[in-house]
Every structure is written in structure tokens, then in C-alpha cells.
Design a protein around this ligand. Sequence first.
Ligand code: PLP
Length: 426
Amino acid sequence: MRLNEMSKTELEKFRNQALSKYEEFKSKNLKLDMSRGKPGADQLTLSMPMMNVLDENSDMNTENGLDVRNYGLLDGIPEAKKLFSQMIEVSEDEIFIGGNSSLNLMYDTVARAMLYGTVGSEKPWAKEEKVKFLAPVPGYDRHFGVTESLGIELINVPMTENGPDMDIVEKLVSEDASIKGIWCVPMYSNPEGITYSDETVRRFAALKPKAPDFRIFWDNAYCIHHLNDTPDKLLNIMNECKKNGTENMVYIFGSTSKVTFAGAGIAFMGQSKENLAHMKKIVGMQTIGFDKINQHRHVKYFKDMNGINEHMKKHAKIIAPKFSVVLEMLEKEIAPLGILEWKKPNGGYFISVDTLDGCAKKVVQLCKEAGVVLTGAGATFPYGIDPRDRNIRIAPTYPPVHELELAMELFCICVKLASAEKLILG
Ligand code: PLP
């Protein structure tokens, strides 16, 4: 029976049953973590053989004869450009290979624009009276953190099943010159697992922003992170931009953080040749180059995209059962009650749920008090404010399956308890 069809007496009985199960769980003194989208230890172990591809006898030269142990090649070794440009679908002369973190590349890209401006800027962004970014919500908290910390105002744009609401995006960017950018996770979005439709991608490429230096931050973090044999497909935004003559408008980001080692992989950035030249001039003041030995190691280990895709299948084999635990538990325990909404993603790292309005904080707090840490309610919105207090991001990859089962059992009890209390209070 759906909870909103229950009488007050039935609701109170339901609440009391949930409460006694909750108290039972509390006495187990659990200490479980479903908060961050981290790979589990067994996923990290998959990449350990990469440690053996280099030894003291290895050839340490790139194909153009440069020693990877020495200074040089600011934007990466040619082999890494060839490999990772295929991953984010740009050409080899449209990619910058950076350090260990795509978030770092994103932060630096925004910071550079603040300090120097970018191609098409009239002045550095920081010299503008106001700088704003659009934030599709729910979204990735660290994206919002980058812009918040640099004093950029964020404007919420609701997500639809096809990506951000493009009617709103088009209207806002065409009317307001202080809107300089938008955060996007176009494939298996964080947290909802949504892949932008072809129409959404085409509309992004055809945007006509009022700001001459507006940028789309296209964070394609999960472009190869499929969970099954029927993956989503994302239209190539760079190709679409070229058709519209807007290729300077997009920065594409990716990394191997969830392919090899989180925080010790390789990050890269796809962009127009003009944007790339602008970036290199400034980054060349910041560093002589990034870790080319790691680039060499990655390329030697994977060889080509086929090598990477085969490796990703091993990841999927480990994490797909974890997604199933979460989805099956929600389906069995919660679906008949009509108190929670969620989507079944084909890839990525998260399952996003929406509780009844006004219940997310309470669910997260109840879980915490019984020993299960979730991502804070509100974290998927700028400034930590979820106007309807309903979105919770579940990150199933890190805990082992048996811990995840326990954590999800508790989560479902907390959803029942918080929802019943909300409906009783009216
Ligand atoms: N982008 C998205 C959408 C993410 O979800 C994450 C990590 O959770 C990152 C970027 C971080 O990537 P990196 O480790 O390359 O900085």
C-alpha cells in the first residue's frame, strides 16, 4: 500500500514498526561509508600490473625520440595524446595532457579565466562586476565548490531526463552577459546517471551566449564507465560545435582516475586549437611539464582504446553487482510505498534518489546516527541548499557487497521512518 493512501492510524503503526527496526539496527554499532564515489580496493588492484610495465631496462623515449624522464612536452607525450584524444573524441592536436586530476584542470581553467580572461574575453573575468555560472541540479558538489570558492555566483538549472533544461539555458545565456559558463557531466551524470540526448548536445553547440567568452565545462568523467552491454551513447560535442563555428565555446575534460588509480592517474582536456594555444602560453609559466613517466606507463600498459575498454569491463564486473544491490533493495522495500523516486543508470558511479519533499536531511541524519555515512543532503546543489530537501546521492562502489547490503537495509528503514513521520505531521 502506498504511504499517502494510509489512514493516520495505519501510518502510525507503519512508523512504529520502522522505528523498532531502526532501534535494532542502531544497536549493531555499524560503521559504514556510502558517501563518496571512490573505487573499491579490488578495482584499484586491477591496475597493479601497470606497475610492472617499466623497469630499469625500459625504453624511456617517446615515439618522437624525447626522453620521458626529462623536461619538455608541456602538453603531453604524443602517444598519450593519441590514446586519450580517442577517449574524449577530439583530434590529437586538440588535447592537453595534464597531471593527476581533471578537477585540478577544471579549477585551473576557471582560475586562469579569472586572472587572464580567455579567448574572446574583453578583460579577465575577475575584473568584471559579476561572474555567474549555470549549475544543472542535482549536480557534482566539487564543480560547485570550484566556482563558489572563486567568488562566482551559481544559478540552478533543473535537470530533465535529457540533460539540463535547454529552454532555460538558452534563455539565460542569451540575455545575461555576466553568465560565463556552465558545468556539465554529459554522460552518466553525477549524481543521476543521465546521458544528454542528441538534441541537448546540438542545442549546446548552437548556443548564442551574450558573453563573448562563455564556456561549456563538459566534464566527460564517465564516458567509458558503462555498467552493462547496452551503454548510453553521447553525441560528439566538438563535432557539433565545429558545424556551428562555436568550437572555442567548449572545454572537454576526462581522466583515468576511475580507470587506473584515483588521484594517481592522468587527466586531460580537449579544446579547440585556439583555446589550446592560449592555455599553453599561460600554463607554460606555471610548469615545465607534467608527469610524463606516468603517461608513458599508462600508454605502454593499455596500448590502445581496445585495451582500455577491456579493462573497463573488469571494473563493470566488480561494480555492477553493487548497483544491483541498491536497485533491488529499493525496488523491493520502497517501490510499493511510493515515497522515493530514482533512475537506473547504465553507467557512472552513482544512484540518485528523491525522497518526499523535506525528508532528505532527516534520512541522512538518521543513517548517520545509526552508523552509515551518506553524502550530505544538499551537497548536490550549489551552496548546499536543496530547495525541496529531497535529493540524496548514493555511492555504491566503495563498500564491499556485504556492507552495502547492510547499509541499504538501514537506508530503506530510514526512508520509511522519515516519510511516515513527514506524512503524520502533514
Ligand atoms: N568529475 C566528476 C563528474 C566526478 O564525479 C569526479 C569524481 O568523483 C571527478 C571529476 C574527479 O576527477 P579527477 O579525479 O580526475 O579529478
